[in-house]
Design a protein. Structure first.
Length: 301
């Protein structure tokens, strides 16, 4: 009986093949895990790629110290369920060491500080391939990435110095100190990710589902109240029914008003959306037109 591969099956097969190639070709790969929807799909793909064996590389989380508690709980629970090795790189430890300075109280986001912490962790553990969950539809700088994205000895990225990937042939050649960022979800969209989560019945952090939260509005975003971000005198705090389309530092990740409390409702909401999930929910991405590209050149995810 002939079996026709669907869109999600084809994407899954492509991503699984990329993961297997990396595991065979590199000595010390690692999977970046934020607890967000893209990284939890990556974790599921890694589970499938090497089943029934354990995932043969560690999971790395760069912890800003300003993460949503729901996401940290999910991270610890999910990696424990899989028996995966979890490595936590702390931005607070990087600040304490004097490598970076604490952001000013007026803009306390540590999102941009993650780059140094990530590069230090890569150097310390000698990781030579780093799986990331970036997708080409997220943001124009990420659309310039290859599946295998070369980083030099300083962890920096040059979009003009990437290698062709004709016929899905990947070149992982690198010298000691250099590494490759690998993006198995390059050809996925936000809709593909949510449909795959539904297809696989994957557990997700509760903040992706509609819930009541104390928020305030700043620069067009709904930011959550909490210990890391203080509303200004003119910013009114109010209760709203919201959910999050993306996961990040609490101080710069905005919620969207929504009543979607199931995967089917999230999928319907994403289908109707006309703005990408980073377009109105990440303050650092609106810092300038080239904000993401500038950070990626420095070594950001």
């Amino acid at each position: 009986m002939r079996y026709e591969l669907g869109q999600l099956d084809s994407l899954e097969a492509e991503s699984v093949q990329v993961m297997r190639e990396v595991a065979a070709e590199f000595e010390r790969p690692v999977l970046l895990f934020s607890g967000g929807k893209d990284s939890l799909v990556l974790l599921r793909l890694a589970e499938k790629a090497f089943w029934p064996c354990r995932i043969p590389f560690p999971v790395l989380h760069v912890d800003t110290g300003h993460n949503f508690p729901e996401v940290l709980e999910f991270r610890d629970r999910r990696t424990a369920e899989l028996g995966a090795e979890l490595v936590v790189a702390s931005v607070q430890a990087t600040i304490d060491s004097g490598r970076v300075g604490e952001p000013p109280a007026s803009n306390p986001s540590r999102n941009r500080l993650q780059t140094i912490t990530l590069l230090d962790a890569i150097a310390e553990h000698r990781f030579d391939a780093v799986f990331g969950g970036a997708r080409r539809d997220e943001e124009k700088a990420r659309a310039k990435e290859r599946v295998y994205s070369f980083r030099d000895e300083f962890g920096q990225w040059d979009p003009k110095d990437q290698r062709p990937e004709l016929w899905s042939l990947y070149n992982g050649r690198h010298h000691p100190g250099e590494h490759i960022r690998v993006f198995p979800l390059s050809n996925w969209t936000e809709m593909d990710v949510w449909q795959y989560i539904a297809k696989e019945s994957l557990d997700i952090p509760s903040i992706y589902l509609s819930h009541r939260r104390s928020v305030f509005r700043r620069e067009g975003m709904l930011l959550s109240t909490g210990p890391y971000l203080t509303p200004r005198p003119e910013e009114e705090v109010f209760e709203a029914t919201v959910r999050y389309r993306t996961v990040g530092d609490m101080t710069c990740t905005g919620a969207v008003e929504s009543v979607a409390d199931s995967l089917d409702e999230i999928i319907a909401e994403v289908a109707a959306a006309r703005v990408g999930e980073r377009g109105v929910t990440r303050a650092d991405d609106t810092f300038s037109e080239t904000a993401m590209e500038d950070r990626k050149r420095e070594g950001y995810f």
